[in-house]
Design a protein around this ligand. Structure first.
Ligand code: AMP
Length: 285
């Protein structure tokens, strides 16, 4: 039977007992409103462990003051049903009061890789993420934690935090799960009207366009970036937040395509901010 735990202390006791009994624990942190992308992370986590813990917590500290914390979609009943079907062992579902009791004042900040891409347009976002993920690690005590490559920068930032703070946890990244037409799955897709949903395809089309241009010999990042920006601007309701061609480890912008270059995009479609990315490999000589 799947257990649902709301209390931090109880979760810690349960995790400790499972560890002492010799189990391997995995954690998939989520903000709920689960979709096939989340479920894929859970399947991967399950393969690497014998106790699968997921957390469902819409973390207020990673949302900016003008962002969608209040509107963020929530469906705890549907989430528990889906988690049960995938074979989750424990769902950790704390309240905000449990996670941030009065007086709490400690933050985890990763310095450099947070200063690009989403770090520029969402000040404080990654500090919210690393702080809550560090707390979730201390609460659920996993051996393994699984994150989606859809949030490439988040995966990079968390991997860096784990290394820098000597957290004894293996981080696994899972490729982006997409809708049949290529749109990256996201809880935020539920905000889109049918017309906006059509415009949102420009993200994955941009990734494909860049891959094609590099495959055909283009090596100049500015040229590819311009083509992508023109493509996105040609679609109704879109506003570009960033189009970045950058180093896949440091996330620093690059001018020419190297062996591997990350293309990362953030685009507002109506009021909905969507992201997508792909690693572009330069074809062999
Ligand atoms: P969220 O609930 O949006 O915070 O996401 C929880 C986890 O699911 C994060 O590690 C995300 O990167 C991952 N995730 C979200 N969407 C997808 C997707 N379409 N494919 C793969 N992983 C995803």
């Amino acid at each position: 039977m799947m257990e649902v735990i709301e209390s931090v202390k109880e979760m810690q006791r349960r995790a400790e007992a499972l560890r002492l009994a010799g189990h391997t624990l995995s954690l998939v942190p989520t903000m709920g409103f689960l979709h096939e992308g989340h479920l894929e992370l859970m399947r991967v986590a399950k393969k690497h462990s014998d106790i699968l813990i997921i957390s469902i917590f819409v973390n207020p500290t990673q949302f900016g003051p003008t962002e969608d914390f209040q509107q963020y979609p929530r469906d705890p009943e549907g989430d528990l049903k889906k988690a049960g079907e995938v074979g989750v062992d424990i769902v950790f579902m704390p309240t905000a009061g449990q996670m941030y009791p009065p007086g709490s004042q400690t933050k985890v900040r990763v310095e450099k890789v947070t200063q690009h891409l989403c770090g520029l347009s969402r000040p404080g976002h990654f500090e919210g993420v690393t702080t809550v993920v560090a707390k979730l690690f201390n609460i659920t005590k996993p051996h393994i934690a699984v994150f989606g490559q859809k949030d490439y920068q988040q995966l990079t930032v968390i991997s860096r935090m784990v290394m820098d703070l000597d957290m004894d946890i293996e981080i696994i990244g899972v490729p982006t799960v997409r809708e049949p037409d290529g749109l990256a799955m996201s809880s935020r897709n539920s905000y889109l009207t049918p017309e906006q949903r059509r415009s949102a395809l420009c993200l994955k089309e941009s990734l494909e366009l860049a891959e094609k241009m590099v495959m055909e010999g283009e090596r100049n990042c500015a040229v590819v970036k311009q083509a992508i920006e023109a493509l996105i601007r040609s679609r109704p309701f879109t506003r570009i937040d960033y189009v970045s061609l950058c180093h896949p480890v440091t996330l620093e912008e690059v001018d020419a395509f190297g062996e591997e270059t990350l293309l990362a995009l953030a685009v507002k479609v109506g009021e909905t901010r969507l992201i997508d990315n792909t690693l572009i490999r330069r074809p062999g000589k």
